[in-house]
Write a protein that binds this ligand. Structure first.
Ligand code: ADP
Ligand code: MG
Length: 405
């Protein structure tokens, strides 16, 4: 990557300089506004701490949820400011606006090693505007927070696939650098995409085949095994001629699945049994059945134990694993076994076989934490759902390519 990175900025020196950072703090909140998974906040800390330690005056921009261009207290970054304060062990102020008077006053008032947040950048409709002039104007206001010898650090990997103001346009207004997280994500995912050590196992699940086609096409050629689970596997099973009853099914993808099965043959691993339920419910009854035995009107909500064992075996023998998409509805504890088995096999492969194991995809990463698994047991858990998939598919990431000048 021909981008300048944070280390170069730190070597130049950041003492007393205003450094504008784009982080990804788009964390899930419960009904009371409590953060239920702080993974993304934790992943932002190395960059922020390094800037603080270097004596920078740190101004962080981020979005939360979909406030759709309007100020909405429900999507305030207040819980994030609090979580950051706790983790960094110092006060993190939150401006009352995004690029207005309060943000500017607070930025001017920062002293060396202090850090502040501006409010949710998506409170401003110009953040996601398609109109370049509008974004340009907003970018100028944001960049002015770090006027005079300032710099921009792009560290919100989860948003680098979006050409939005705080990700893309602002990078053209200031000397721009890739933060530690963006750097590590790009390096790790590029290794999985371009130079995997074999045996290379790709594990795909999640809800829809259509969402994962690009990844299958990008990785299947290089992979030795492509493991299919999750909601998407039922379209493959239907293509094999099984009656999947009420399981998730994309009828318009059945032919595509047939073509993929013909093209990749033995390389594709499909379920041999499923955990079925009479309804989509946390407390639904569970029955382990063969592929032709899903009771009438029931649906597959997880891969079965025999499948899980087969998948785990392939993973344990790997030297590289890329996993995207849960094997079942892991949000229902009764249907989390398949996802857990795959994740545990990845941890075992990392530990016992020195395998390079990468988790991509928002829900997959969340499942690791929900299921109480050891995050450090994997080589890497990506913080970017869409961004990690787009990188893997070989698409341009505007928020990264804008950094290489
Ligand atoms: P990721 O965010 O990791 O890329 P996806 O968004 O593609 O993953 O899919 C995650 C969702 O897929 C989860 O919320 C999970 O409940 C759902 N899912 C997995 N298996 C099934 C299934 N058999 N039926 C319905 N939904 C499923
Ligand atoms: Mg998802």
């Amino acid at each position: 990557m021909a981008t300048k990175n944070l280390q170069e900025l730190l070597d130049e020196g950041v003492d007393g300089r205003h450094i504008l950072v784009r982080s990804d703090f788009n964390v899930p909140l419960d009904d009371d506004g409590n953060i239920t998974d702080a993974g993304r906040i934790d992943a932002s800390l190395p960059t922020l701490q390094a800037l603080i330690d270097g004596g920078a005056k740190v101004i962080v921009m981020a979005h939360l949820g979909r406030p759709k261009g309007e100020v909405n207290p429900k999507y305030s970054l207040a819980p994030v400011a609090e979580a950051l304060s706790e983790r960094l062990g110092q006060f993190v102020a939150l401006a009352g606006d995004v690029s207005g008077e309060d943000a500017h006053e607070r930025a001017n008032g920062l002293t060396e090693g202090e850090i502040m947040l501006v409010e949710n950048v998506r409170f401003d409709p110009r953040e996601t505007s398609k109109d370049e002039a509008e974004r340009e104007e907003f970018a100028a206001e944001l960049a002015a927070l770090a006027a005079d010898n300032g710099a921009f650090v792009s560290d919100g990997f989860g948003v680098v696939h979006r050409a939005q103001t705080s990700v893309y346009d602002v990078a053209k207004k200031l000397p721009a650098y890739a933060g530690f997280l963006v750097d590590k994500e790009v390096e790790t995912l590029s290794r999985v995409k371009d130079a995997p050590e074999h045996p290379y196992v790709v594990v795909l699940g999640g809800s829809k085949v259509s969402d994962k086609l690009g990844v299958i096409e990008a990785l299947a050629e290089k992979a030795d095994r492509v493991i299919i689970g999750g909601g998407m596997c039922y379209t493959f099973l239907a293509a094999q001629g099984h009656n999947v009853q009420n399981s998730l099914l994309q009828e318009d993808m059945v032919d595509t699945c047939k073509e993929l099965m013909e093209k990749y043959g033995e390389k594709l691993l499909l379920p041999v049994d499923v955990a079925a339920a009479p309804e989509f419910d946390k407390d639904a009854e569970k029955k382990i059945v063969g592929l032709d035995e899903i009771p009438e009107g029931w649906m597959g909500l997880d891969i079965g134990p025999e499948t899980a064992e087969k998948y785990a075996e392939a993973i344990k023998n790997s030297k590289t694993v890329f996993w995207n998409g849960p094997m079942g509805v892991f949000e229902f504890p009764n249907f989390a076994d398949g996802t857990k088995a795959v994740a545990e096999a990845m941890i075992a492969a990392t530990r016992d076989n020195d395998s390079f194991t990468v988790v991509g995809g928002g829900d997959s990463a969340a499942s690791v934490r929900t299921l109480g698994l050891d995050e450090d047991g994997f080589s890497h858990i990506s913080t970017g759902g869409g961004a990690s998939l787009e990188l893997i598919e070989g698409k341009d990431l505007p928020g990264v390519s804008v950094l290489s000048a």
